[in-house]
Structures are given as C-alpha cells and as structure tokens.
Design a protein around this ligand. Sequence first.
Ligand code: GLU
Length: 471
Amino acid sequence: MTTVRTRFAPSPTGFIHLGNIRSALYPWAYARAKQGVFILRIEDTDEERSTQAAVDVILDGMRWLGLDPDEGPYYQMQRMDRYRAVLREMLDRGLAYWCYMTPAELDALRERQMAAKQKPRYDGTWRPEPGKTLPPVPEGVRPVLRFKSPQTGTVGWDDKVKGRIEFSNEELDDLVIARAAPEGSADGIGTPTYNFCVVVDDIDMAISHVIRGDDHVNNTPRQIHIFRALGQEPPVYAHLPTVLNEHGEKMSKRNGAKPVTQYRDEGFLPEAMVNYLARLGWSHGDAEIFSREQFLQWFDLDHLGKSAAQFDEAKLRWVNAQHLKAADDGRLALLVGEQLRGRGLPVPDDARLQAMCALFKDRCATTVELADWLVMYVQTPTAARSSDEQAKVEAARPALQDLTARLRTAEWTREAIQQCLKDSVAATGLKLPQLAIPVRLLVCGRSQTPSIDAVLSLFDRETVLARLQEA
Ligand code: GLU
C-alpha cells in the first residue's frame, strides 16, 4: 500500500479563519488516521498580497490546534528555480508553447467572443500543430508560456466528496503557465502561475490525496491535464463544501470572520475547536462531543458532508463548555493564571487556583469567563448594590456579625465554614438564603455563586472577614 501523503496549502493573503483551517484539519486527520504524512505548504506567490503576519497566524493557529505538519512549511517562493526547470522541460518536450498575443489583442478577442455570445477563451493562435504555420513573431512582445491542453474528449475524477465530476476538454483553453518575463531575463520565462506551481508541488511532494475547498473544483481539470502531461497520475481529490458564516454568506475576512488565533485569546480550548471544526462538514453517527484521539480513530473521507456547513458561535461555545468541564484542572489553572496576569491581577497559588477552576468551570463556556469569575478572589468587588440587595444586607446585619465572629476562629475548611453558617442562622432565626445572599454580595460582589461554603473556603480568612465588615 502506498503511503498516504496529504497537504494543507494556504495562501498567506489574509488572516486564516475557521473556514480555512478546516481545510487543514481534514488532511491532517486523514494522514494521522492512515499513518501517513501531513505536509504544510505556504502558497506565497502572490507577492503583493502575501504577508509574514498572515504566515505567522497560520503557523500559530496550527500549533495551537495541534495540527503539526510532518514536513514543511515549504514556501513556493523558494521553489521558483524548480518551477522554471519544469517549464523549460515542458517547452523542450512540446508540452508548452510561447504565445505572443498581447493583452490588447486578448481583450479584443474576448470582446468579439462576448458579442457572439461565446464563452471567452484563448483561440489557439500560437498553438503549434503539425502542418500549421504560426504567425510571424512580432517585435517587442514578450511572450507568455501556454500549456498545450487536450482539445477533445473529457477529463474527470471521482471526487471523494462530490462523486464523479467531468469537464469537456473543449471548455478548457490553453492555460498560461508562465507570465511574460521582465526585460533582460535570461531564458524569457516569467513568473510561473498558480495552477502550474500547485501541480509541480503535488508531484514533488508525492501527494496522494488532495483535500481542499471546493472553490478549486474548476482548477482541478486543468491540474489533472498538467499531471498527465508530466507523466504522473493525479492524486485522489476531495473537495470540501464551503463554510458559511452565521448570515449564510461564504466565510471570509471581509465579512467579519476572525483569525483562528483570536479564539485562543477568547478562551476556547484547542480540543474543543478541533471537535467543533471536525463536525463542520463531517460526522460520525450522532457523536457531537469527542476527543482528538476519537476523531483520529473515526475520521475517514467517506463521511464528509456534501452540503455547505454553517458556522454557529452558540454551538461552538456549547462544545467548548463540554470540553472545559472535562479539562484537567492543572491545565485550566495555567490558562486562567495567564489571563489574570494579562489583566494585571495577582495569581493565586497553584493548588488554590486549581481548586477554583474545579469549582467554577461547570458554569463557564470559555476560560475567559472562568477568569472573570476568579477575579473576585484577587480583587475587591466594586459593583454597586441595588437598593433591593442593600436591603437584604441590612436585614442580615446581626447574622453577619455573628458569622464574622464564628469565622474568626473556625477551622478554614469547607465543612467548618458550612457549620458556622448553620450556627449563625440558627442563632439569629434566619433562613440560610437570608444569610448566604448577603454574604455573597459582600464577599463575591454578586448574589449567585456555587455553594457559598466552597466558595469561601478558597479565600483567605482575612479577606472574607474584611469584606464582611463592609456591611
Ligand atoms: N492556496 C490555495 C488556497 O489557499 C489552496 C490550493 C490547494 O489546496 O490546492 O485556497
């Protein structure tokens, strides 16, 4: 059996968003599931639009999600010599030819075709054929290189997502594979074009499965022809349906998609992102919450969805909440500690921070929300009390004093604190909530928390006593 080799080939022309990174998740998972090799290739030939900052988001995002490449990153800009060598070879072998049609002539041709209600396409003026006389080479025109594409028959493939796809070769004109060279170039070959570079790379990197967005379906027949011209069978293709945003538009930076690393900063866990993204276009029965290991065990190309998936932030938050509940407290403590530090706040010691995470994580969708809860442990609450809340505090004043006295000498454990609360309500004739709510308001700055004895036990005694005195 041949080794599975997959790739993710992003163009660093904008910050990579969830729709893009899903095109990394599936080839990564497929390589892992098949003990194959996953390759990262940065398609940076659009020099005007490619930026290092965008490359950094790709690398950071993949590292964060644990989508580690086995090979790469390769950069197309560093492979120009190789592309040129293949272009020369194609020229020598008659697989490509010089075309001297000027942009103005091409425009005129297009206009004539449109006027005649024909599809605009190159008309083959410079395509060499046996017995055909080519026009005289014009002065001063720097030619492009065109691929000699088959003109009859069909080209097709069995797409792993979409099924059989076929194109008539008549629809495919001779693709420009190298632009006009700048003046003074040694061999006259200019910059190689996108579809050509992709094929050379997929051949050189021995890619067995191309898993990518379905915006590339129209490129695939052209790429298949170049593969075959170069004596190679094309890889297996799986074209993934688009990811739509919450308004049903194609997800893109232009309509508000966030860079993938922003989700890290907003407190999402990488395993939750992998889980959510995996489900955005793939399913395993009705499994909704699963670990990375389960995903890799289950993943195959046969259960990729055929229709566009729609991003749903509420569902992402729900998935994250499930993973947060299951997450190790030591790990959460590190993440939350970082967030508190980032807000300029002190960080409780590790054992206590872990206990806090354990106590509050059930009620949070993100680690940012978890950090929001824990702020009360390191900063005196400042929220103003409503008049209703203030009335509750007033009504509990004797009980609060009684409780303060008991807490001063009690053992500082959850059980002992619970006992103090019980004793104080017994001594003052209140019901437990009549005391617990004022205690929450004073110590925590809010009226609802997990069990108050557990919450208090994670404070320093002195902090609790001082805040109760504020009554
Ligand atoms: N660079 C292309 C893109 O970002 C992907 C090309 C491919 O996967 O073949 O859309």
